[in-house]
Write a protein that binds this ligand. Structure first.
Ligand SMILES: [Zn+2]
Ligand SMILES: [Zn+2]
Length: 148
Protein backbone atom coordinates (compact mmCIF):
# COMPACT_ATOMS: atom_id res chain seq x y z
CA UNK A 1 0.00 0.00 0.00
CA UNK A 2 2.64 2.57 1.05
CA UNK A 3 4.64 1.51 -1.95
CA UNK A 4 1.78 2.22 -4.33
CA UNK A 5 1.10 5.57 -2.62
CA UNK A 6 4.76 6.48 -3.07
CA UNK A 7 4.58 5.63 -6.78
CA UNK A 8 1.43 7.66 -7.29
CA UNK A 9 3.06 10.53 -5.44
CA UNK A 10 5.97 10.43 -7.87
CA UNK A 11 3.61 10.22 -10.80
CA UNK A 12 1.90 13.42 -9.62
CA UNK A 13 5.22 15.15 -8.93
CA UNK A 14 6.46 14.38 -12.41
CA UNK A 15 3.51 16.40 -13.69
CA UNK A 16 4.01 19.15 -11.11
CA UNK A 17 1.17 18.17 -8.83
CA UNK A 18 1.38 17.52 -5.12
CA UNK A 19 -0.16 14.64 -3.27
CA UNK A 20 -2.00 16.82 -0.77
CA UNK A 21 -3.60 15.12 2.28
CA UNK A 22 -7.00 15.39 0.56
CA UNK A 23 -5.67 13.73 -2.57
CA UNK A 24 -3.90 11.09 -0.54
CA UNK A 25 -7.11 10.24 1.36
CA UNK A 26 -8.85 9.72 -1.98
CA UNK A 27 -6.03 7.59 -3.36
CA UNK A 28 -6.09 5.41 -0.22
CA UNK A 29 -9.79 4.71 -0.62
CA UNK A 30 -9.20 3.72 -4.25
CA UNK A 31 -6.38 1.38 -3.23
CA UNK A 32 -8.41 -0.17 -0.41
CA UNK A 33 -11.29 -0.83 -2.78
CA UNK A 34 -9.36 -1.66 -5.88
CA UNK A 35 -11.79 -4.35 -7.04
CA UNK A 36 -14.89 -2.28 -6.47
CA UNK A 37 -15.37 0.19 -9.36
CA UNK A 38 -16.55 3.02 -7.12
CA UNK A 39 -18.52 6.04 -8.25
CA UNK A 40 -17.45 9.52 -7.13
CA UNK A 41 -20.16 9.42 -4.50
CA UNK A 42 -19.00 6.02 -3.20
CA UNK A 43 -15.45 7.34 -2.95
CA UNK A 44 -16.67 10.44 -1.15
CA UNK A 45 -18.63 8.44 1.45
CA UNK A 46 -15.58 6.29 2.18
CA UNK A 47 -13.21 9.27 2.35
CA UNK A 48 -15.62 10.99 4.73
CA UNK A 49 -15.47 8.11 7.21
CA UNK A 50 -11.83 8.91 7.89
CA UNK A 51 -11.61 12.55 6.90
CA UNK A 52 -14.97 14.23 7.51
CA UNK A 53 -13.54 17.63 6.59
CA UNK A 54 -13.13 16.69 2.93
CA UNK A 55 -16.04 17.72 0.71
CA UNK A 56 -17.58 16.07 -2.32
CA UNK A 57 -16.29 18.79 -4.66
CA UNK A 58 -12.71 18.15 -3.54
CA UNK A 59 -13.06 14.41 -4.01
CA UNK A 60 -14.61 15.00 -7.41
CA UNK A 61 -11.78 17.32 -8.51
CA UNK A 62 -9.20 14.86 -7.24
CA UNK A 63 -10.77 12.03 -9.23
CA UNK A 64 -10.81 14.19 -12.36
CA UNK A 65 -7.15 15.06 -11.85
CA UNK A 66 -6.21 11.42 -11.26
CA UNK A 67 -7.98 10.40 -14.44
CA UNK A 68 -6.25 13.14 -16.42
CA UNK A 69 -2.92 11.87 -15.11
CA UNK A 70 -3.94 8.30 -15.96
CA UNK A 71 -3.63 7.10 -12.38
CA UNK A 72 -7.25 6.03 -12.64
CA UNK A 73 -9.47 5.23 -15.57
CA UNK A 74 -12.98 6.52 -15.75
CA UNK A 75 -15.50 3.98 -16.89
CA UNK A 76 -19.22 3.77 -17.45
CA UNK A 77 -20.94 0.40 -17.49
CA UNK A 78 -24.03 1.74 -19.21
CA UNK A 79 -25.95 2.76 -16.09
CA UNK A 80 -25.06 6.43 -16.51
CA UNK A 81 -22.71 6.41 -13.51
CA UNK A 82 -19.02 7.22 -13.94
CA UNK A 83 -16.83 4.87 -12.00
CA UNK A 84 -13.17 5.13 -11.18
CA UNK A 85 -10.81 2.28 -11.62
CA UNK A 86 -7.14 2.29 -10.61
CA UNK A 87 -4.86 1.51 -13.48
CA UNK A 88 -2.88 -1.66 -12.76
CA UNK A 89 0.82 -1.13 -12.20
CA UNK A 90 2.70 -0.94 -15.45
CA UNK A 91 -0.42 -1.60 -17.52
CA UNK A 92 -0.24 -0.36 -21.09
CA UNK A 93 -3.93 -0.63 -21.67
CA UNK A 94 -7.09 -0.39 -19.63
CA UNK A 95 -8.17 -3.84 -18.47
CA UNK A 96 -11.35 -5.36 -19.86
CA UNK A 97 -14.55 -5.90 -17.92
CA UNK A 98 -17.24 -8.57 -17.75
CA UNK A 99 -20.44 -7.07 -16.41
CA UNK A 100 -23.23 -9.43 -15.35
CA UNK A 101 -26.64 -8.06 -16.36
CA UNK A 102 -28.37 -10.11 -13.67
CA UNK A 103 -26.40 -9.61 -10.45
CA UNK A 104 -24.34 -6.61 -11.52
CA UNK A 105 -21.02 -8.24 -10.64
CA UNK A 106 -17.95 -6.96 -12.48
CA UNK A 107 -14.95 -9.15 -13.29
CA UNK A 108 -11.71 -7.95 -14.79
CA UNK A 109 -9.60 -9.40 -17.56
CA UNK A 110 -6.10 -8.07 -17.44
CA UNK A 111 -4.79 -9.80 -20.50
CA UNK A 112 -5.06 -7.51 -23.53
CA UNK A 113 -7.43 -9.14 -25.99
CA UNK A 114 -7.35 -6.27 -28.45
CA UNK A 115 -3.75 -6.15 -29.65
CA UNK A 116 -4.72 -7.55 -33.02
CA UNK A 117 -7.75 -5.28 -33.36
CA UNK A 118 -5.61 -2.24 -32.61
CA UNK A 119 -3.21 -3.16 -35.38
CA UNK A 120 -6.08 -3.46 -37.85
CA UNK A 121 -7.48 -0.09 -36.79
CA UNK A 122 -4.07 1.53 -37.13
CA UNK A 123 -3.38 0.16 -40.58
CA UNK A 124 -6.87 0.41 -42.06
CA UNK A 125 -7.96 3.73 -40.62
CA UNK A 126 -4.51 5.26 -40.08
CA UNK A 127 -5.60 5.97 -36.56
CA UNK A 128 -3.02 5.94 -33.82
CA UNK A 129 -4.56 3.99 -30.95
CA UNK A 130 -3.66 5.14 -27.44
CA UNK A 131 -6.06 3.05 -25.44
CA UNK A 132 -9.41 1.33 -25.57
CA UNK A 133 -12.37 0.27 -23.49
CA UNK A 134 -13.81 -3.21 -23.72
CA UNK A 135 -16.82 -4.22 -21.66
CA UNK A 136 -18.77 -7.42 -22.17
CA UNK A 137 -22.33 -7.49 -20.90
CA UNK A 138 -23.66 -10.94 -20.15
CA UNK A 139 -24.50 -13.52 -17.52
CA UNK A 140 -21.83 -14.55 -15.02
CA UNK A 141 -21.06 -18.12 -14.07
CA UNK A 142 -22.93 -17.88 -10.75
CA UNK A 143 -26.09 -16.59 -12.35
CA UNK A 144 -25.86 -19.23 -15.09
CA UNK A 145 -25.80 -22.02 -12.54
CA UNK A 146 -28.91 -20.60 -10.86
CA UNK A 147 -30.78 -21.20 -14.11
CA UNK A 148 -29.97 -24.92 -14.17
ZN1 LIG B 1 -11.82 -2.62 -13.47
ZN1 LIG C 1 -24.33 -12.60 -12.15
Amino acid sequence: MENRIEKIKKQLHSQSYKLTPQREATVRVLLEHEEDHLSAEDVYLLVKEKSPEIGLATVYRTLELLSELKVVDKINFGDGVSRYDLRKEGAEHFHHHLVCVECGSVKEIEEDLLGHVEKTVESQWEFQVKDHRLTFHGICKNCQSEHD
